[in-house]
Design a protein around this ligand. Sequence first.
Ligand code: IMP
Ligand code: MG
Length: 173
Amino acid sequence: MDEKISILISEEEVSRRIEELGKQISKDYEGKTLHMICVLKGGVFFMCELAKHITVPVTLDFMSVSSYGDATSSSGAVKLVKDLDQPLEGKDVLIAEDIIDSGNTLHYLSGLLKGRKPASLKICTLLDKPDRRTAPVDVQYTGFEIPDKFVVGYGLDYKQMYRNLPYIGVVEQ
Ligand code: IMP
Ligand code: MG
């Protein structure tokens, strides 16, 4: 636990950007109820903060997935660890995710959730590492595009640590 963390995106920048995303989403979903889905555990800080800035009615649900294999070499296969509590049929669904890296997780999730016949399905991610994409993902809202670095904070972990940092940091090796 002696890693050095350097700040990549400050707490103020993260807050400001989430507020902007909230305003944009509120506008886009005017007159509708938004059903937000959090991908545990990384997405939880982002979804909660984002939801506070959304002015249309919001309902929340949670799910958990994990990649097969170890954390650094994704096999591309994704396992559903905890399913949603509520059905999606007819709902305007927005997935809130911490980061899109290879795209495997959201590629899998989008396919799974589309099969449940939501009225609409969109994705909002706090961070995107486009350089690492191997599976196609249609992302409608992105907080920040970042370079190919391993980041922590705001829900993101390194060996389950650092999720509670209020900023996005880079783990110095
Ligand atoms: P993907 O399936 O490769 O897009 O990976 C998505 C998941 O990998 C994210 O939801 C994170 O849990 C994890 N992940 C990817 N990059 C990072 C990172 O830089 N820091 C922490 N977790 C990461
Ligand atoms: Mg995640």
